[in-house]
Design a protein around this ligand. Structure first.
Ligand SMILES: *[C@@H]1O[C@H](CO)[C@@H](O)[C@H](O)[C@H]1NC(C)=O
Length: 442
């Protein structure tokens, strides 16, 4: 009996520890509370105020353990909030760095005003009137960037007016904040969303929109009306969504069937619910290392005093920054740099990839080429370092070495032997033939 109660107690302790561990992994987030200053009309740019705030995150509204913690003295107690996030999105380790770490996750919180959207693929969501009482509340929009670009979250929270107990109603996340892809490969830009199932806004449809932004140039990639299950607009060939995953799991990831150079840029995933909107940004960079080719190949035989011109062409690479240089590796196995040669400007091919070349003047008089070696073109690029080599054969740059002389003697002997052998065989067979002929005649 005592054994049983001990086991019982132990397992209770274990469960308690487990719960503690779970709840303690939901962070207390320091956040900038940013809002437009009121009563300052007239200016074109709205002045904003910025205050430190504290968000206590929990997955269950009834766990009040966090409330007992004291707020730091530099935070206004009015700016301390309690956020219930049943999905546990905010409890990701990248938002909860170890105590005392220098790098901190970024966070901003703003007041949010629910309103209908006039966008063609969003407007149908607010066709049917919704309880305005539900919308009359304190709404916040928050955005979080986890450490090491592991996670970005944007969410809409709601609290009954003048309380500080918020519930996450909509959260949009991405786990691929920054994506690199080779050319021609399929790319998935992660975006997922969660809607509080107990909210009256849940189940009345959603819309998803992906936009592309690069150096101030923006365009719509794809817009999907989840209420009528229709792609409202696609302006990018080969861009699609996994519609099943979208409806079942809120997986709004953008699939690009084949990465192209012009796909590099910022992508914004926006999820609309009736009156609500949240968005996250994902950066895509297409990185393709160059292919190298050397001309002429093979190199002509180098003669003392002559200048050899070698050209190296790097093509098919992206993005732009490329470092070209030359190296020479002598027959002694030692490498030495020959500088970058004269590098041309870059040219762009039809597919957006770039090419650039460098020309090297090999002055055989000033260069100790010995008996030749290998000339190598080196291209250092974000996508990797590439090398291409060509053999350089030089004659008359140095007196024949002992090995050379020995080899020459050897070759001469072998040749002599060969000639002897051949002539012997021929004369031998000739005489045989002659013998036969003789016999026939007889
Ligand atoms: C979302 O969909 C994409 C594309 O189909 C897939 O690669 C990814 O694994 C999905 N993510 C989740 C969390 O299911």
């Amino acid at each position: 009996m005592t054994d049983f109660s001990t086991i019982y107690k132990l397992s209770l302790v274990a469960v308690f520890c487990f719960i503690q561990a779970c709840s303690s992994s939901c962070p207390v987030l320091e956040c900038w509370f940013v809002q437009e200053k009121v009563g300052r009309g007239g200016g074109l740019t709205a002045a904003t105020s910025q205050e430190k705030s504290l968000l206590h995150i929990r997955t269950d509204a009834h766990s009040h353990s966090a409330e007992s913690q004291k707020a730091p003295s530099d935070i206004n107690p009015d700016r301390v909030y309690f956020i219930t996030d049943p999905a546990g999105t905010f409890c990701h380790p990248s938002l909860n760095p170890p105590r005392g770490s220098v790098k901190k996750p970024q966070c901003e919180i703003n007041p949010f005003l629910p309103q209908p959207s006039s966008l063609k693929w969003v407007a149908p969501l607010t066709d049917s009137a919704l309880s305005p009482i539900y919308l009359q509340a304190d709404w916040f929009s928050t955005s979080h960037q986890g450490l090491n670009k592991e996670l970005t979250i944007s969410s809409i929270t709601r609290a009954p007016t003048a309380t500080k107990e918020h519930n996450v109603i909509l959260s949009v996340t991405s786990k691929t904040v920054s994506v690199q892809s080779r050319l021609g490969e399929p790319v998935v830009l992660d975006c997922g969303f969660w809607v509080d199932p107990s909210s009256p806004l849940s189940g009345s449809g959603f819309a998803v929109e992906w936009r592309y932004q690069f150096r101030g140039d923006g365009r719509l990639v794809l817009a999907y009306d989840g209420k009528t299950d229709r792609l409202a607009d696609t302006q990018e060939e080969g861009a699609t969504l996994d519609f099943e995953g979208l409806h079942e799991k809120g997986n709004a990831s953008l699939i690009l069937q084949e990465a192209k150079v012009h796909h590099s840029g910022m992508y914004i995933c926006t999820v609309y619910l009736p009156y609500l909107v949240a968005q996250v940004a994902v950066e895509l960079e297409i990185v393709e290392p160059p292919s190298l080719s050397i001309h002429p190949s093979p190199l002509p035989l180098a003669v003392p005093g002559q200048t050899l011109t070698v050209q190296c062409e790097a093509s098919g690479f992206a993005p732009l920054s490329l470092e070209l240089s030359w190296e020479f590796k002598g027959s002694d196995g030692k490498s030495r740099p020959l500088g970058s040669g004269s590098v041309t400007g870059h040219r762009q091919a039809w597919d957006g990839t770039l090419s650039q070349s460098t020309r090297l003047e090999l002055d055989t008089a000033t260069l100790d080429l010995g008996r030749g070696g290998e000339v190598t073109c080196v291209a250092v690029h974000l996508g990797g370092t590439r090398r291409a080599s060509v053999t350089l054969n030089a004659v008359g740059f140095s007196a024949p070495s002992i090995e050379d002389s020995m080899a020459m003697v050897g070759v001469a002997l072998v040749l002599y032997g060969l000639i002897k052998f051949v002539s012997w065989t021929f004369t031998g067979s000739d005489s045989d033939e002659a013998d036969k002929q003789d016999k026939k005649v007889k």
